[in-house]
Every structure is written in structure tokens, then in C-alpha cells.
Design a protein around this ligand. Structure first.
Ligand SMILES: [Zn+2]
Length: 108
């Protein structure tokens, strides 16, 4: 994970961990989810709604909402992030971990 990603997640107070899957390190991000009719959604720490032509985000662009999970469909999900966000942060191998509603992370 590069320092840009680390700083962003730190600034937002989002919990994450790195996992070695046998061939590479994968970043697993635990966004703070909200739920609506059994569907999890969260503000993406990386994607925003407005980018300039050169790929940089506009200063006052707003975070994009991603939805993931429904019913028993919790756990790790592939990201839906834009190519601009992936380029901006150098995001490669990562996923979002969606927690069940009312599930609280315990910090050790
Ligand atoms: Zn995103």
C-alpha cells in the first residue's frame, strides 16, 4: 500500500488491513456502512463525482456512494471505483469488507 492511500484512510478514520493471499498483498478496507432495505452503502474514500480532463479531482467534488451487499451478501466485495480514483491513488489490489448491519468492529 502506498502512502497516499494510507494517509487518505487515516484522515478519514477508516479501518483497513493488508492480507497476504499467497502471491501478493491485498488491501482490505472496512468502510463505515449504512443500510437501506438490506443494502449496504458507503461513501467511497477514493472516488469523487467530478474530475478534470487531466484526471485530477475538482477541489469541491463530493465523495461517491457505492452500494454493496444484500441479504447474506456481506463480506469482501470487489471495488466499483472509477479508473480516475484508481489512478489518482495508485490503487491496485484491494477490496471493501462489508459488515452485516449492527455488527461492530472490535479493535484489538
Ligand atoms: Zn470508489
Amino acid at each position: 500500500m502506498n502512502s497516499k492511500i494510507e494517509k487518505r484512510l487515516h484522515d478519514l478514520g477508516i479501518w483497513y488491513r493488508e492480507e497476504y493471499d499467497g502471491s501478493m498483498n491485498r488491501l482490505v478496507i472496512y468502510p463505515e456502512c449504512k443500510y437501506r432495505r438490506d443494502t449496504a452503502y458507503f461513501e467511497c474514500p477514493f472516488c469523487v463525482n467530478k474530475y478534470k480532463l487531466n484526471g485530477n479531482p475538482y477541489k469541491y467534488a463530493k465523495p461517491v456512494i457505492h452500494t454493496h451487499g444484500r441479504g447474506d451478501n456481506w463480506g469482501e466485495r470487489s471495488p466499483h471505483c472509477s479508473t480516475q480514483a484508481r489512478d489518482q491513488y495508485g490503487l491496485k489490489c484491494y477490496s471493501f469488507h462489508i459488515l452485516r448491519p449492527n455488527f461492530t468492529l472490535s479493535f484489538k
